[in-house]
Design a protein around this ligand. Structure first.
Ligand code: ZN
Ligand code: ZN
Length: 424
């Protein structure tokens, strides 16, 4: 049997956790005045292709475009469509062409992204993207980094730390590239074929290779930090100083590399210790030249992503989703079909007073109904029976205090209100 694809499906009992996680994140974003943008899941392949090939060299761009999940061309008049693989290219286009590109734009988005994995299987994953566009100041990247750290704290991940590095600029990076390529040539036999090729191609490529020799050799190799020009070095020192003063827990990682080479100067990762090993939960950096190549407009920018699936599983394993108090809920059932309208009228009245209800859709005996009400965590139960209705009454059960009384229909709401208040 073929292994099923791993679709991203969230069951009803888990949706509140996702909403909780998103609301905690959005609280921090709103403190920093970031605004949400809702991007289309359907994307124009040509625009993505242009973005990806803009600053990646041919081989990397080819690899990345191979990961795009494209749809069958529906019609000759419609170009090739892809499922959204990330948000930055799209955001840059909107800022350049639809928003005020001469102003600072603080934007975030979250939701499903799609790519093909290394085995060419479709992959759906949830990501948060945060971008600050329109400024190349140290303050803007410090703001973005602080925002990411604050999100970790808000989610209860107080042990998160930051790893930073600098990718230098167009004048100092080529000198590092040259030194790294020379090192690679001298140590060629210490690398597996793939790593040698990808590092030679882009010396700042993150290889994720698990072979000890490869990891070991790269760490022995030249550090970009030693090749930074005075401007890049001063800027990097400022970023470090600001983070130290903000008492954000940070480390300089000279070998923090990224798969996308469009970053310049500051790059960073947000880290968490899981099962004894450090794990990247998100990261980003400055990309001042990407917009010019993608949109034709010069828009300096800095941004980051968070891997929401990973954060969700960490919050679950650390039991950081605190179950909320059971909301007040009324179970209502009738013991004859002729009372359906009356039942729905009572429900309507309860809803007008913001009281949540569960309606029994069957006619069952009181014992069965009481059991169902308890299973559904209802504190109160209303039972409509023909013999009581004839006297203008209904049976009201307080399931918490195990008490029941016959209440005049007109008094149902005030009586329920008294029970509700007594339970707070
Ligand atoms: Zn430089
Ligand atoms: Zn390798």
């Amino acid at each position: 049997m073929k292994k099923p694809l791993s679709f991203h499906e969230i069951m009803p009992d888990d949706v509140w956790k996702w909403k909780y996680m998103e609301s905690q994140i959005e609280q921090v974003l709103s403190l920093f005045n970031y605004k949400e943008i809702r991007l289309s899941v359907l994307q124009d392949y040509n625009i993505l292709y242009k973005g990806i090939t803009a600053l990646l060299d041919t081989e990397e761009a080819h690899e990345t475009t191979q990961q795009l999940l494209n749809l069958q061309q529906p019609d000759d008049n419609i170009g090739l469509l892809s499922l959204r693989p990330e948000g930055t290219i799209n955001v840059l286009n909107h800022v350049a062409h639809r928003l005020k590109s001469d102003k600072i734009n603080r934007i975030f988005y979250h939701g499903p992204m799609f790519r093909k994995d290394s085995k060419q299987k479709p992959l759906e994953f949830y990501q948060l993207g945060v971008e600050l566009l329109g400024s190349d100041s140290i303050l803007s990247e410090s703001e973005i980094i602080s925002l990411g750290m604050k999100i970790c704290e808000q989610l209860g991940l107080k042990d998160a730390w930051l790893e930073i590095n600098s990718f230098g600029c167009e004048s100092c990076r080529p000198i590092f590239y040259k030194a790294m390529r020379q090192f690679l040539d001298e140590h060629k036999d210490e690398y597996c074929n793939d790593c040698y090729k990808s590092l030679y191609n882009n010396p700042l490529h993150s290889t994720n290779c698990l072979e000890f020799a490869c990891m070991h050799s790269t760490k022995q190799g030249p550090k970009i930090h030693d090749y930074l020009c005075p401007k890049c070095k001063t800027n990097f020192d400022k970023v470090k100083k600001i983070q130290a003063n903000l008492t954000n827990n940070y480390k300089v990682n000279h070998h923090l590399y990224k798969n996308f080479s469009y970053y310049n100067e500051t790059v960073f990762n947000f880290m968490i210790q899981t099962n004894g090993s450090p794990e990247v939960i998100g990261g980003g950096g400055r990309y001042d030249f990407l917009s010019n190549r993608v949109t034709g407009k010069q828009i300096p920018a800095v941004g980051f992503y968070f891997n929401l699936d990973l954060i969700y599983s960490i919050l679950t394993s650390r039991e950081l989703f605190h179950t909320q108090a059971t909301p007040f809920r009324v179970y209502i059932c009738s013991q004859s079909e002729v009372m359906e309208i009356m039942l729905l009228q009572i429900v309507q009245e309860l809803h007008q007073h913001n009281i949540s209800t569960i309606i029994s859709s069957d006619i069952a005996d009181t014992e069965v109904e009481t059991k169902t009400a308890r299973v559904n965590d209802c504190q109160v139960m209303i039972i409509l029976r023909s013999e009581n209705i004839r006297e203008g009454k209904a049976l009201l059960k307080n399931l918490v205090k195990e008490k029941q009384t016959y209440v005049a229909l007109g008094d149902l709401l005030p009586e329920i209100d008294i029970i509700k208040k007594s339970l707070v």
